[in-house]
Design a protein around this ligand. Structure first.
Ligand code: PRP
Ligand code: URA
Length: 209
C-alpha cells in the first residue's frame, strides 16, 4: 500500500530538495526535516502502552511507545534520512544495507550488510529514491529474513515502476513517500525527481569540488 504524505510542509521542503540550485549543506538539512514528516506518518500505528505520569498538578495517564524499533538505511543515500529517525526515536536500533546500482543494468549489487536482531521488532527501511525498485526489493528481502514483527518503507520520491516492483515482490510492506513521480528515464532516474540523491547529499556529483 502506498501512502503519499501530502502535508503542506512536506510539499514545501520537497520543492526545495528538487531545486537543482540547492547545495549539499541545505540539501542535507532539508532531507532530515522532510524525513521527520514522513516517519510521523509511517509510525502512526506503532504499539504504545499506558504510562502514569505526575504533572506538576496531578497524576494522569500518558502513553509510551512499547515497540522495539529498528531503522535500516540503504547506503549511501538512506543515511540522509537516518538522523531524523534517531532524533525522534533515540532508542532505535540501526542496521545497514549497502547497495549500489550498476549504471548499465540498473541491477543492485550488495557490498555491505549489518543487521541487528530483527525478530519481534518493527523495522523501517529508509531509502530516499524508489526508482526501479531493485534496491528496495533486495533490502526488503534481507530484512524480512530476520522475521521482524512489521516492516515499512520510507522514501522521499517514488516512481510508479518502483512501487509496482515492491508491490509484486513484497505486497505486505507499506510504502510512505512525499511524492509519486511520473516515470523513469532511460538511465533509471526518476522524473521529475531530485537527481542523484547520494551525490547531492554528499557533493559528489559531476562538477563537484
Ligand atoms: C540510489 C538510491 C537507491 C537506488 C534506487 O542509490 O539511493 O538506493 O539508487 O534505485 P532503484 O530503485 O532503481 O534500485 P545508488 O545506487 O545511486 O547508490 P548511492 O546511494 O550510494 O549513491
Ligand atoms: N537514484 C537516485 O539517486 N535518483 C534517481 O532518480 C534514481 C535512483
Amino acid at each position: 500500500m502506498l501512502t503519499v504524505v501530502d502535508h503542506p510542509l512536506a510539499g514545501h521542503l520537497l520543492a526545495s530538495l528538487r531545486d537543482r540550485d540547492t547545495g549539499p549543506a541545505r540539501f542535507r538539512a532539508l532531507a532530515r526535516q522532510l524525513t521527520v514528516s514522513l516517519i510521523l506518518e509511517a509510525t502512526r500505528d506503532l504499539p504504545t502502552r499506558p504510562r502514569v505520569v505526575a504533572t506538576p498538578l496531578e497524576q494522569t495517564e500518558g502513553r509510551e511507545i512499547s515497540a522495539g524499533l529498528v531503522a535500516v538505511p540503504i547506503l549511501r543515500a538512506g543515511l540522509g534520512m537516518l538522523d531524523a529517525v534517531t532524533d525522534a526515536f533515540p532508542d532505535v536500533g540501526v542496521g545497514y544495507v549497502g547497495l549500489e546500482r550498476d549504471e548499465r543494468t540498473l541491477r543492485p549489487r550488495t557490498y555491505y550488510e549489518k543487521l541487528p536482531p530483527l525478530e519481534g521488532k518493527h523495522a523501517l527501511l529508509l531509502d530516499p529514491m524508489l526508482a526501479t525498485g531493485g534496491s528496495a526489493v533486495a533490502a526488503t528481502r534481507s530484512i524480512a529474513a530476520g522475521r521482524p514483527e512489521s516492516l515499512r518503507m520510507v522514501c522521499v520520491v517514488a516512481a510508479p515502476e518502483g512501487v509496482r516492483a515492491m508491490e509484486e515482490a513484497h505486497p505486505e510492506v507499506p510504502i510512505f513517500t512525499a511524492a509519486l513521480d511520473r516515470e523513469l528515464n532511460e538511465r533509471g532516474y526518476i522524473l521529475p525527481g531530485i537527481g542523484d540523491f547520494g551525490d547531492r547529499l554528499y557533493g559528489t556529483g559531476p562538477g563537484s569540488a
